[in-house]
Design a protein around this ligand. Structure first.
Ligand code: 5FU
Length: 276
């Protein structure tokens, strides 16, 4: 049967990419398909939120370049928390340049993303060479790449043939591309007769998830875990402000409560999906 009707642990057993396999195992073990997107600008708030939500997530999503007081100790602490609470790290870098440039952006500079992010992502717009470049750095470190196939924002251009071409690009590099940022499951899309789609298992990570709001003032659009996981067949829900609000003077108890709420909603929607 298609991956979205299989359990996470069935999929973990078969996956050949180490990062994808580890993520699927953690999801099953912690009964959490929740990824918290920690979009705050102070390292202390960043680490406090991660410490609070750590037990409830499979994946922490970062935008490391929004931290105003970044230094290398933040990464040390992030890695300690990843081991302590058993979650993977996803840097939402959205690479979008030619192969030789993304090699530098992924491995060098201040952030050295490839050294600590199990997963990162890229736009399909430059064509397959962006994957070639990122894979040359990431595969030797057992990393996984997510392609942006559909964005959550209003008016996004990631539709139709663009989305299909992103899926084709991923299919050609299944060793490194483990899935998509998207709003729907993508398997079998744009497949030709010669594609062995029975063997493909792309993880779909869905941002734009919220239980209390339908959007923000800047074009973000929210759907519920039920819509995203049960109706649309996505595998991981990504939640930011729904869990920590503005992210200032964070109330730890409230953050834990919201993380548990989204964890439960995501897991319910998954159970319903695999039981049908
Ligand atoms: F690729 C995408 C996308 O299509 N929509 C998104 O919202 C990424 N995101 C990210 O998810 C965005 O950059 C934020 O980091 C996060 C959503 O945060 P929110 O607070 O839940 O709206």
């Amino acid at each position: 049967s298609s991956p979205h009707l299989q359990t996470y642990s069935e999929r973990a057993k078969k996956h050949s990419n180490k990062a994808a396999k580890a993520l699927l195992e953690i999801i099953e073990e912690k009964k959490s398909n929740l990824s918290v997107s920690v979009d705050v600008t102070k390292s202390k708030d960043f680490l406090d939120i991660i410490e609070a939500v750590g037990p409830h997530v499979c994946l922490i999503k970062t935008h490391i370049d929004v931290l105003e007081d970044f230094d290398a100790t933040v990464i040390d602490r992030l890695q300690e928390l990843s081991e302590k609470h058993n979650f993977l790290i996803f840097e939402d870098r959205k690479f979008a340049d030619i192969g030789s440039t993304v090699v530098l952006q992924y491995s060098k500079g201040i952030y050295k993303i490839a050294d600590w992010a199990h997963i990162t992502n890229a736009h399909a717009v430059p064509g397959p060479s962006i994957i070639t470049g990122l894979a040359s750095v990431g595969l030797p470190k057992d990393r996984g790449l997510i392609l942006l196939a559909e964005m959550s924002s209003k008016g996004a251009l990631t539709t139709g043939s663009y989305t299909e071409d992103a899926v084709r690009m991923a299919r050609a590099r299944r060793d490194f591309v483990i899935g998509f940022i998207a709003q729907h499951r993508m398997e079998g899309i744009a497949a030709s007769d010669t594609d062995n789609i029975a063997e493909e298992d792309f993880l779909v990570l869905a941002p734009g998830v919220g239980l209390d709001a339908t959007g923000d003032a800047m074009g973000q659009q929210y759907r519920t875990p039920e819509q995203v996981v049960f109706e649309s067949g996505c595998d991981v829900i990504i939640v930011g402000r729904g869990i920590y609000g503005k992210g200032e003077n964070v109330d730890r108890t409230e953050v834990v409560k919201q993380a548990q709420r989204y964890q439960a909603a995501g897991w319910e929607a998954y159970k319903k999906r695999v039981q049908r």
